[in-house]
Unconditional design. Sequence first.
Length: 160
Amino acid sequence: MNKYYLLYLIWLLPAYMLFITVQQGLVYQGAVDTFNHGEDYVAEVTDFDVKQIASQSNAYVSIRFETDNEIINRRHTLSIQMAQQIMESPTIAVKFQKGAFQEIVLVPTYSLQKSTSLFNISIAIIGLITTLLAALLVHRYTTKKLNNNQDTFVIERVDS
């Protein structure tokens, strides 16, 4: 097998960026759908913690609320900007839609969640375009190298 065939694996990068774009689109659409069609509940904050590490800061919130026939306990990881909006609240307004892609939307952080998803989609599209162009260039280079087949070496033994 020729070593240039491995360069075709570069197509995994645009495929991954396409996956990220679609996933973030589903997160955005799921949050909008749950916010528009979900039922309103008031969730009790059972646990809240902010983790501040030198390179990143994030938080998590554990919420508990009761629907008509079940008690829902969930833990959500939040960015520090989202956590600041609900930091001192003992209760949080939530929208809940059973079976949706995004079942629970925290109402105070909805606009930030929506804008973050749109920002992630735009960055993923830029990454998709960039990796697609790079993959096309590498694909052309690889095809050219495989068609020319100039990498065959002939070793001659010269006795003196």
